[in-house]
Design a protein around this ligand. Structure first.
Ligand SMILES: [Zn+2]
Length: 304
């Protein structure tokens, strides 16, 4: 653990999953909710909470649901140290989540997950982002995709089963790459077209079925920026629950022609940025921010 912490501080590596010395336990060991346990209620990409000073958000507690006879709607998610987290799942036939909020929802605000990312409590932020990933999965899997009957939760593991046809549905994780393309003292930086996030980013994209991660990197860089790459190196990875991703970070070097042909559907900017002009991203908590920071501080060649 000490080593982990030293590594984190040495590389400014404070990503959403870096909650040490706390420990995340994702094993499905459901416990009965206690009155003080936090509950996530999501609506689109927002979570029900109240704002506290110092950028802290506070989530509703299980007691508020239990008092109103909604205990059965609380789904165990995971725990951090000995603190379990729950998800509010509305009744299956009442409609889709978000339209069926608990009656006391008006006592709270719905705070965008992008704002929750700015909270100073890393463990709560990570729990919220990961809770959203599970919420997305539970919400999209009320019924069997094969025969249409309701799915029920396994008591032994995080798996939904169809008692009619035996279909088993496991949590979905979508692997995607984040790519830092370098050209000596320059980094290929991008801005997305038509997205809420308007800051600097790197080339990124989903792994396609039947594709190796390395081939995803080559294809995405070619599609988005029109350049070829070589010398691919793994950097780090990051669970990114907002989009159900596991992000895989790779650095690589431009191979041959450095002229950028930008994909205007995906991007609004794609440019070579000199190291001295690369923005400071160390408070971003993302793999993208971490990789940009590695380049800015001249450490992209280091074995991390
Ligand atoms: Zn079925």
């Amino acid at each position: 653990m000490k080593l982990l912490m030293e590594r984190a501080s040495c590389y400014n590596r404070v990503m959403i999953q870096d909650i040490e010395p706390k420990v995340f336990y994702n094993q499905y060991e459901p416990v009965s909710p206690r009155p003080g346990d936090p509950v996530f209620v999501f609506m689109q990409k927002q979570v029900m909470a109240v704002r506290k000073p110092d950028s802290i958000v506070e989530f509703p507690t299980a007691g508020e649901f239990i008092r109103r006879g909604l205990k059965e709607n609380l789904q165990y998610l995971f725990r951090i140290d000995d603190k379990p987290y729950f998800l509010f799942l509305p009744d299956m036939y009442a409609g889709s989540a978000g339209r069926d909020l608990p009656a006391f929802a008006d006592q709270y605000e719905f705070i965008p997950l992008t704002e929750v990312r700015k909270t100073s409590d890393m463990a709560e932020m990570f729990a919220c982002m990961t809770g959203f990933h599970l919420h997305t999965w539970y919400d999209k899997n009320r019924f069997c995709g094969r025969c249409g009957k309701p799915l029920t939760h396994s008591s032994a593991e995080r798996m939904l089963r169809c008692s009619a046809c035996g279909n088993m549905v496991f949590p979905m994780i979508a692997p995607a790459v984040i790519v830092g393309v370098t050209n000596g003292e320059q980094l290929l930086m991008t801005k997305y077209a038509g997205r809420a996030y308007t800051g600097w980013a790197l080339i990124a994209g989903f792994c396609e079925i039947g594709e190796r991660v390395e081939d995803t990197v080559r294809r995405e860089v070619l599609e988005e920026a029109g350049v070829h790459v070589k010398n691919l190196r793994y950097v780090d990875s990051q669970p990114w629950g907002v989009d159900s991703n596991l992000l895989i970070g790779m650095f690589c070097e431009v191979d041959g022609d450095t002229h950028i042909h930008m994909d205007r559907e995906e991007l609004s900017r794609a440019v070579w940025v000199d190291r001295a002009d690369v923005p400071d991203m160390k408070d971003n908590h993302s793999l993208t921010g971490y990789m940009i920071e590695l380049f800015r501080t001249g450490r992209e060649q280091e074995q991390v």
